[in-house]
Every structure is written in C-alpha cells, then in structure tokens.
Design a binder for this molecule. Structure first.
Ligand code: NAP
Length: 247
C-alpha cells in the first residue's frame, strides 16, 4: 500500500472532509492521529473505522488556534507514533456575514482557526520534519480563497492567507525533503455547506460545470496524492477539486 508505515496527523478529522481524509490515508496504510475540537465521539468512531482498516489510529483533542494545545498535541502524537510524516491542516470554520455587518470577533475567530491554526501546526512539526528530512504537509484552502465570495470576507482572507503562507513555508523547507501543498475544494457535501440557505445552495450548484456537489472522498483522494511518495517533486501548489467551478 502506498502509505504503509507512514504516520499522519489530520486536524479536524472528526467530520466531513477531514474524516474522509483519515479513512483514505488509513486505507492506503498510514497510521492516523485524528484531531478534533469538540466532537469526541465522532472522532473516536473515525479512529475505530481506521483501526478496522488495519492501522494504528487514535483521536486527540486540541483547539488548533491554541499554541500550547497544538504543541502538546504534536508532542503526544510523536510519542505515540514515533514521528509525523504527514500533516493535514483541515480544521476550519465559517462565520459568514456581509463585511458591513461582520463583527470583529467573527473576523478574528475565522482567521484564528483557519490561518493561525494551520501556522501553529506547521510550526510544531517544522523542526521534527526538517530533522527527519521528510515531510508531507497538505493544507485545505478553498476556491473562495482564490476567487472571493460575498459574505465570506473573513473566510476568503483566511484561505487566501493560507496559500501565501504555505508557498512561503514550501520554499523554506523544499531542500529538506518536506513538501507543502494545498487542496482547494469547491462545494463539498458536509456539515459546513449543509448550513447554507437553500437559495445559496441552488445558486452555487448552478455554477458547477459537473452539476453536482463534491463528496468528501473526492477531496480526500487529492490530499492522499500530495501525501504520497509520488508527489515528492511537487511543492507550493494548489489543486482545485471543484467539478470545474473555478475554471
Ligand atoms: P466541517 O464538516 O464543518 O468539519 C470541520 C472540522 O474541523 C471538524 O472536524 C471540527 O471538529 C474541526 N474544527 C473546527 N474548529 C476547530 C478547532 N479550533 N480545532 C480543531 N478542530 C476544529 O468542515 P468541512 O466542510 O469538512 O471542511 C473541512 C475543511 O475544508 C475546512 O478547512 C474548510 O474550510 C475546507 N473547505 C470545505 C469546503 C466545503 O464545501 N465543505 C469547501 C472548501 C474548503 P469538531 O467536529 O470537533 O467540531
């Protein structure tokens, strides 16, 4: 199997895209640490499903926006698995509102989780990956970070920021055998998009050339590609998984 013997940490692995990523990495043979914020039971179920695929897996709670919690999480994962080969920064939130009405707290919360959270996780694995001269970091951005979207100034800023940050760290770590790439999903069928009003869903659907929502597994397969040996000469890239939406 492609990822046998590799160890992965997936943030926000309890639900949606993160859950599908955990299962895909496990299916390909990787051991998986499944981070979550509040959904302990869901994360434990993902861990159990991964173990049933024959790999080591466990759930681990940490708010990715909290530096001390992230450092403790990364330490514990390294203690339990030996090392981290793959980091998937998937944890993310939305707090949508027109910029005119957006509260400062809503802006900060989205930036803290989506952008600072990914920074803290990358910082925590930076030295260990550099020392082991191997690493695969995959960050979940969004086509909203490339194109903008009304009502999502905070979210678009966090996802566009993630692209610039990832490209910078990709350049810092390229000579050390560590790659940093991004997957940009379009409109994927998860709790995050289920919260959208029906009118917004209909409008979004009509903008997808493939005329269907993506499934979390569509995204997970792209993440697993960047996490694999096969992607060893690719870094700093954004791959859209969006049914043609951003074309
Ligand atoms: P989701 O179903 O809402 O799941 C979000 C995940 O993030 C959950 O596992 C949640 O954990 C975790 N999380 C949230 N805040 C956290 C924090 N502070 N610390 C640790 N974990 C936290 O989201 P999704 O739709 O799967 O999206 C996953 C990623 O893809 C996000 O980065 C999102 O921006 C991106 N994306 C999604 C779409 C889409 O259409 N769905 C499109 C483009 C990009 P709990 O379960 O414990 O709350």
């Amino acid at each position: 199997m492609e990822l046998t013997g590799r160890n992965a940490l997936v943030t926000g692995g309890s639900r949606g895209i993160g859950r599908a990523v955990c299962l895909e990495l496990a299916r390909q043979g990787a051991n998986v640490a499944i981070n979550y914020a509040g959904s302990a039971q869901a994360a434990e179920e993902v861990a159990q499903a991964c173990r049933e695929l024959g790999v080591e897996a466990f759930a681990i709670q940490a708010n990715v926006a909290d530096a001390a919690a992230v450092d403790a999480m990364v330490k514990e994962v390294i203690t339990r698995l030996g090392r981290i080969d793959i980091l998937v920064n998937n944890a993310g939130i939305t707090k949508d509102r027109l910029a005119l009405q957006m509260k400062e707290e809503e802006f900060d919360a989205v930036l803290d989780t989506n952008l600072k959270g990914a920074f803290l996780c990358m910082k925590a694995v930076y030295r260990p990956m550099m020392k082991q001269r191997y690493g695969r970091v995959v960050n979940l951005t969004s086509i909203v970070g490339l194109r903008g979207n009304p009502g999502q100034a905070n979210y678009a800023a966090s996802k566009a920021g993630l692209i610039g940050m990832s490209k910078s760290i990709a350049k810092e770590l390229a000579s050390r055998g560590v790659t940093v790439n991004l997957v940009a999903p379009g409109f994927i069928d998860t709790d995050m998009t289920a919260a959208l009003p029906e009118a917004a869903r209909t409008a979004l659907l009509s903008s997808i050339p493939m005329a269907r929502l993506g499934q979390p597994e569509d995204v997970a397969r792209a993440v697993a590609f960047f996490a694999s040996e096969n992607a060893g000469y690719i870094t700093g890239q954004v791959l859209c998984v969006d049914g043609g939406m951003a074309v």
